[in-house]
Design a protein around this ligand. Structure first.
Ligand code: PRP
Ligand code: URA
Length: 208
């Protein structure tokens, strides 16, 4: 199983609070945003740098700035929206694309309903974000859409993954690195991650 587990203590602590059934939508949203920011820090650890000359109030100096490809962030609607602001706090220049995919509750297959991406897809490095990677169908369909539009460099960032979902992405998209804060035990008969955190979209938006 090819997956990078981001096990920073702050992320693990906040994830426990997020999982807790007693955590209501306001706190859930705040924690999810904070964890997304911390995860984005890890995900961007290897971004290339280049030197530039600037002048401080004291002297001229050569300092480092980001170079290389521009970034794109693609939340999977709805629940991925809960992670966007956290990522943008670290990478404010990233463009945000939106992909609408929901999981048919009977078949558990992804149903695509929306796609709006930056125009320069081929020149960007993308981070697809969704808190939940269960069967992997929604994320795989989103990555398919991005690739069809010309994206070549894609990472997937989720909060909680099931082993089934990680295997599915590894198989369908071996070029895509999967980052998560946890790989849980299994999927139940309804395709929910166990122990998981329930329905992420409902917990963010207070629906159901
Ligand atoms: C949830 C979640 C993922 C998907 C994961 O979305 O946010 O997108 O399920 O399941 P999968 O890996 O088996 O595809 P959902 O379909 O509930 O839609 P929502 O975000 O609109 O609530
Ligand atoms: N989608 C969710 O929101 N939670 C799960 O456990 C599985 C899919």
């Amino acid at each position: 199983m090819q997956v990078k587990i981001i096990d920073h203590p702050l992320i693990q602590h906040k994830l426990t609070l997020i999982r807790d059934i007693k955590t209501g939508p306001k706190e859930f949203r705040e924690l999810l945003e904070e964890v997304a920011m911390l995860m984005a820090y890890e995900l961007t650890r290897n971004l290339p740098l280049e030197e530039t000359e600037i002048e401080t109030p004291v002297a001229k100096c050569c300092c480092k700035v980001l170079s290389g490809k521009k970034l794109g962030v693609v939340p999977i609607l709805r629940a991925g929206l809960g992670m966007v602001n956290g990522v943008l706090r670290l990478i404010p220049a990233a463009k945000v694309g939106h992909v609408g995919v929901y999981r048919d509750p009977e078949t558990l297959k992804p149903v695509e309903y929306y796609c709006k991406l930056p125009t320069d897809v081929a020149e960007r490095e993308f981070i697809v974000i969704d808190p939940m990677l269960a069967t992997g169908g929604s994320s795989a369909a989103t990555i398919d859409m991005l690739k069809r539009k010309g994206a070549k460099h894609i990472k997937l960032m989720c909060l909680v993954a099931a082993p089934e979902g990680v295997h599915y992405i590894n198989e369908q998209h071996p070029d895509v690195e999967v980052y998560t804060a946890a790989v849980d035990d299994h999927l139940n008969d309804h395709g929910y991650i166990v122990p998981g955190l329930g329905d992420a979209g409902d917990r963010i938006f207070g629906t159901k």
